[in-house]
Structure formats: C-alpha cells, structure tokens
Design a protein around this ligand. Structure first.
Ligand SMILES: C[S@@+](CC[C@H](N)C(=O)[O-])C[C@H]1O[C@@H](n2cnc3c(N)ncnc32)[C@H](O)[C@@H]1O
Length: 220
C-alpha cells in the first residue's frame, strides 16, 4: 500500500496468481501481492501479520481513512515521521520530514487513495510473529526479510530452517520469495531486476508449493 523497503510493487503480478480467495501475507510490509490481486479481483480478502509496530500503525492509519481523507493528508518539512506513510520513502532512518518526503508523499497519495477505495473492508492486519497465522487453506505469499538484506528491518528475527519447514506445511498454495544465493528452500531463479531504489540489481528467487508444469512434463 505504501512505499516500503523491499516491497513487491514491481514484481507482484509476475508470481503465480492466487488459487484461493483468501491471501495470507505473514510478513506483510506493504503487502503488494495481496493489494495487486485485491485491485484485480473483488472476491479476494487478505489477512496479514507483521512484527513491526510502525508497519501496523501505517496500515491502521490508511484503513481508518476514506480515499478523500487520504487525498487531504499532508506533511510539512520538519514534522516528525510517525510511520511509513509519513516516510513515503522506503524505510530509511529519517526522523523528520524533509523535502524529498514531502514530494514523495504528494505523488504517492493518489495511489494510496485508489488502493484504499478498492480494498474496502477486505483487509485484516495483525501485529504479531508469522507463526501466529492461523493454518487455513489459502494462498500464502511468504516474503520474509531476505537473508542477505534482513538488517534493513528493525523488528526481524527469523530462523530460516524453521520458516522452511513452516512454509512447506501450509495448506493450499504457497509462494515463498528470496534473493541472491539463499538456499533454505530449493528456490528457482525468478527474475533479475533493478531494486525498487533503482541503484542495484537483485536476483529474485521463488519457491512454489505447486510449481507450474514444465515443458517436459507437458510433452511426457
Ligand atoms: C520483505 S518485507 C515484506 C515486503 C512486502 N512483501 C511488500 O510488498 O511490501 C518483510 C517484512 O516482514 C516483517 N517481519 C520481520 N520478521 C517478522 C516475523 N518474525 N513475523 C512477521 N513479520 C516479520 C518486517 O517488519 C517486514 O515488514
């Protein structure tokens, strides 16, 4: 929903589409996969979890507002930065609003308002660890802090072997994303692309519980 470090904004539509009408994002951030599919399909609801209180505050603020109220939001240089909506700037360490944040904020508002209008009351956000997620049959989009970039998230403590086991045991359809040379699941190469800061390239990996049939499967 908001601009966020490591967000899947550019990639959301490149993964398997949801096979279920509930999407769970146990590592929410700005939950771009769920938001993309909820804008596309009005029958989809989502449940998400995050351990970072700022992420939760950002979601609560956006979900409590109408699209018109969002369009009337503003920030001024020197204001304190309260959450990722004020920050509008990929999660850096900023404490006060600067000129760049004012400009990003203004440009981002129409997108937030459109997404807010599209999702209605179909979003549930819960502050908590991913292991608290109810084990329901759903499309699970699991996008944890990457093993080689996890230091960017303030509230991150993940045992990746435990997460691998947990991901394999979800009911329904599971999509797990990673990058670089991570090998805690048998990931496949997904795409190599510029990061959302545009400065470096990232080798994106994915693991699907139900991979698409390969050409060989179709022939054989
Ligand atoms: C890579 S980001 C998710 C980005 C998201 N897919 C998007 O499109 O913006 C990972 C998120 O997981 C959260 N997180 C870290 N450890 C967690 C845990 N143990 N349980 C739940 N969330 C956690 C971080 O606060 C961060 O928001």
């Amino acid at each position: 929903m908001f601009n966020y470090f490591g967000s899947k904004y550019l990639l959301a539509k490149t993964y398997q589409p949801p096979a279920f009408d509930v999407i769970v994002e146990p590592f929410a951030g700005s939950a771009q996969y769920a938001m993309y599919w909820m804008r596309e399909r009005s029958d989809i609801t989502c449940i998400m979890y995050d351990t970072d209180p700022k992420v939760i505050a950002s979601w609560n603020r956006i979900l409590a507002a109408t699209p018109d109220e969002i369009m009337n939001w503003s920030v001024k240089i020197g204001d304190p930065v309260n959450d990722y909506i004020d920050l509008a700037n990929y999660g850096g360490g900023n404490r006060v609003v600067n000129a760049r944040i004012v400009s990003d904020f203004r440009q981002a508002k129409p997108g937030w308002a459109r997404t807010r209008a599209a999702v209605g009351d179909r979003v549930t956000i819960i502050e908590g660890d991913y292991t608290q997620a109810l084990d329901i049959e759903a499309t699970w989009f699991i996008d944890p802090p990457y093993t080689d970039a996890g230091h960017n998230y303030a509230h991150s403590m993940v045992d990746y072997q435990q997460l691998a086991e947990w991901a394999r045991n979800r009911k329904g359809q599971t999509i797990v994303t990673e990058a670089g040379s991570a090998d805690w699941l048998p990931f496949s190469h997904h795409k190599t692309q510029r990061t959302n800061l545009g400065t470096t390239r990232s080798r994106e990996l994915v693991w699907y519980s139900h991979p698409e049939p390969s050409l060989l499967d179709l022939i054989g």
